[in-house]
Design a protein around this ligand. Sequence first.
Ligand code: SPD
Length: 392
Amino acid sequence: MKKQVLALAISAILLAACGKKEEPAPAAAPAEPVAAAPAAPAAPAGPVYDDEKVLNIYNWPDYVPEGMIAAFEKESGIKVNYDTFETNEALHAKLVAGNTGYDIVVPGTVFAKGQIEGGLLQPLKKEQIPNLANMDPAIMATLVKADPENKHLIPWAWGFTTVGINKTKVEKALGGMAMPENAWDLVFKPEYTSKLKSCGIAYLDSPTEIIPVALHYIGKDAYSNDPADYKAAGEMLAKVRKDVRLFSSTMIDDIAGGKACVAIAWSGDVNIAAGRAKENGSKDVIEAMLPSTGALIFFDTMAVTKDAKHPNNAMAFIDFYLRPENAALMSNEMGYPTGNKAGVAQVKPEIAGNKTIFVEADYFAKMIPPSSFTNEAREAMANVYNGFKKGK
Ligand code: SPD
């Protein structure tokens, strides 16, 4: 309720600032259409579907609320084939190879910029996505760097790459040693990693997940294009390699199941792990950290492939996903913030109040905003990462 009052207050301020007054809506539409002005394409009366009632979606694992796909299938009569990929690199390779067979894909904006420029994604038919109006304009504005004019991408969710810990186990493994002020020390500083290796250190298994946060840790630009910076990141990482137990992109069970007590992981996945551990009867405290030097923000976005066979079904699904109640489900069940302004009002108070999901403005200001990688930077990152992983 508080949020609604706030939203009303904000729109009142905006209206006042524009010098506009709200006009009462007309009681009824005119019986006969008045001469139509050639304006924006008219929105169809309802969803438009392709003849073949199929939709192929390619998304990250553990990223869709239970029952959401089934609800869309029931309502639309469309059969959804839902596959998952674990890294942006894997999705990118498929898109570059072409003929993916997928209609909707969910790249991070860090990769999507190049995919748009390379013609791998098609513009959205916005007239078929009326619920686009529910998106937060501030969030849409952040995508413009990757997608000028917001033609191709709509956020699925956003979150941040951070340090996730099983606090109970970490405190035990550290013995009397105090927790560091900067949580990144737990995964990058030998003083800590040498102790935490006993309960398990896990890293996300992808160059573009690890190298940017390593660069940030050593004081470099997380999206640097300077080869000397990559070399320095590799040198820092080499010092902790022997302490890293596993590389994984499906970290939820690794953390919840006790294979890792500390991980470089995605915020929402750590929150899911905390819930799963509880469900399994564990009393351990699992937390997504807010490192003092900031965490790396990401946006995962829905996009339609250039050769999608079911583009209309794709638009219909996107519109369905953008309903406020569905957007709210994403945050309530998956622990990732939605960029859907209308949906935020329906998020449960305990989720809306969780600072590791909806981070507070002062921490948000410290975070590392998303950018994008050039092909050269990606190659350099892959070389450093592969050397690190092999222990060379
Ligand atoms: N449970 C899967 C969450 C997907 C997160 N995508 C992260 C992309 C970060 N670059």
